[in-house]
Design a protein around this ligand. Sequence first.
Ligand SMILES: [Zn+2]
Ligand SMILES: [Zn+2]
Length: 372
Amino acid sequence: MIEVVSRGAEIAREMIGIQRQIDLLQLEQSRLAAEFARTDHWSDEGSNSALDWIRFNCNVTEKVAGDRIAVGERANTIGASVKAMERGEIGFSHLAVMARTAIATGPRFEEARLLEVARKVSPGKFYYESLHYRHSVDAKGYAAEQVDLVENRHLWLSRGEDGGLLINGVLDPAGGAAVRTALEPLARRTRWDDARNLEKRYADALVELAAGGRPANLQITASVETVKGLAGAAGGEMEFSLPVSSTTVQRMACDCSVMRVLLDQESVVVDVGRSRRVISGPARRALQARDGHCQWPACERPASRCDGHHLVHWINGGNTELSNLILLCHRHHWLVHEGGWQLAKTHEGMVSIAPPHSWGGGGGAAGGAGPG
Ligand SMILES: [Zn+2]
Ligand SMILES: [Zn+2]
């Protein structure tokens, strides 16, 4: 045990030492980058800017290349900070924030005041503090920058070859905060053994936000064979999507609010939304009042964000009586249909769950009891 600790301390020292060398090398490269920007070499080689040349030829991101040039160009303005970095009091990342702040605030820049902050906090926190500082010395300029950020907003949505949706974009700070505020509560773990990582929980949260809680205008077209999951049946069709599996169609058809069109054997369009299979307004209100939230053991997603799940699917003759319905959140509804989890309700109104046969781990998840 003692050996392990001392090896850890040894590695820690070594890592800090290496980082200081990296910092010094980055400073050296920054000075070169600024000098390089004043030459014509990058333009002679066909680059649009020195930054672009560095980005491409040094294999770094736009931010890294920009940091190098900014630090190199302002090395004299931030001389005290450069010395502090050489002494190991701050890192190169602090220096980059310092240089960019000097550029943004011009003659109002107060190095001493900021260096005091930089010595105390991490680079990430220092960046955050630098924004407050920029606002304090030049609120108008700061506001103009924010306007620029709004102008830069964009969202790319494209379909991947596998049918998935690729999302890529940038939102301005206020717009981004609004999205985060909506997503964060939905991205929390649903219970202690929720094994999804944060990225997966964000992805689920976005879908839940878009689809959950209210009858969506999502339109699915599928044959009865598909809804029944019979062998040989084609997939279901949804706008903006490649064909979806019959288990997915079953889940969406389960809470009929999202199911609009269904083809029967004679290819006659049946509007499920108008049929008796739909959980009617009064039945839905009664279901929400009885269950209150998702009925998966220990999940408390509110009723407004839940689907009505038929314990016996209507396609298999299940009815829309309250006794055959249960509230499930988007994720747990997915686990039952696509995920293959078994869900049963006891006579006492307790809900028990059992993992699919292929389930490798997560022992103890089965048989949990939920509030009735
Ligand atoms: Zn269901
Ligand atoms: Zn749930």
